[in-house]
Structures are given as structure tokens and as C-alpha cells.
Write a new protein. Structure first.
Length: 129
């Protein structure tokens, strides 16, 4: 089951915080953190560019960013290969569902248009970035 915005945001704060790797950090927690970070990176880039893109393109770009985040976390947090593969799958599914929930279902958007639709409110919480 994929995580939503709140769980992924919580995972991001826990994993990217000051704590060192904990054995309780499973692939799902890493996936939640990576999907949130990948979505944030995509939002920041696309809003700077200001370009409208199709949902399919946005999801592919996000999947690439999310995959890179999983790889980075797998290396820095000491994940084994099996958990890294699981985290990749889970993170990509999370990010796609987060995207759909916010843009397709939430805004009824027919494409990603940063000039018409706001980014998710969780990216704008004070003291996060």
C-alpha cells in the first residue's frame, strides 16, 4: 500500500533529520522519505521553469528523481540490495499516487501547470527547507 502526503512527509523528516540509521528504518520508511523528496525536487524545478507538461511526463520525471533519492538513501543509510529494490518500487508507487491525489483528483488538472495549480501545502511548512 502506498503512503499519502502526511506519512511521506513524516518519513522525510525522520530520515533526513539528524538521526543516524536505525535498524527499524525499513524500505517503506525510506520509500516515503524518497518519494516526498523527489516530489519536492520536481516541484521546485518545474515551478522555476514555469512550463506546462503532460501528467505522463511529470510522473516519469518524478520517478527518476525518486529513484535517485532511494539510491542516495540506500547508500548513506546502509540498506541492503533487497531493501533497496523494495524501496524503489514502493517510492515510485507512492510518488505517483501523491501526484494523482494532489493534481488529478485534488485540482482536477488535465496537465501539470505550475501557473494554474498550487503545489502541495506540505512543501511550504516553516522551518523545513
Amino acid at each position: 500500500m502506498a503512503w499519502g502526503w502526511e506519512q511521506s512527509d513524516d518519513a522525510h523528516r525522520e530520515v533526513y533529520g539528524e538521526k543516524k540509521h536505525e535498524s527499524s528504518w525499513g524500505h517503506e520508511l525510506i520509500a516515503g522519505a524518497a518519494s516526498f523528496a523527489g516530489m519536492k525536487a520536481y516541484e521546485d524545478h518545474q515551478r522555476k521553469e514555469g512550463k506546462t507538461v503532460k501528467h505522463a511526463f511529470a510522473k516519469e520525471a518524478i520517478a527518476g528523481l525518486v529513484g535517485a533519492e532511494v539510491d542516495k538513501l540506500a547508500e548513506t543509510k546502509g540498506m541492503d540490495e533487497a531493501d533497496r529494490i523494495k524501496a524503489h518500487h514502493h517510492a515510485k508507487k507512492n510518488a505517483e499516487e501523491m501526484y494523482d491525489h494532489h493534481y488529478v483528483e485534488g485540482h482536477g488538472a488535465d496537465e501539470y501547470d505550475p501557473s494554474r495549480y498550487s503545489r502541495h501545502e506540505r512543501f511550504d511548512r516553516p522551518g523545513r527547507w
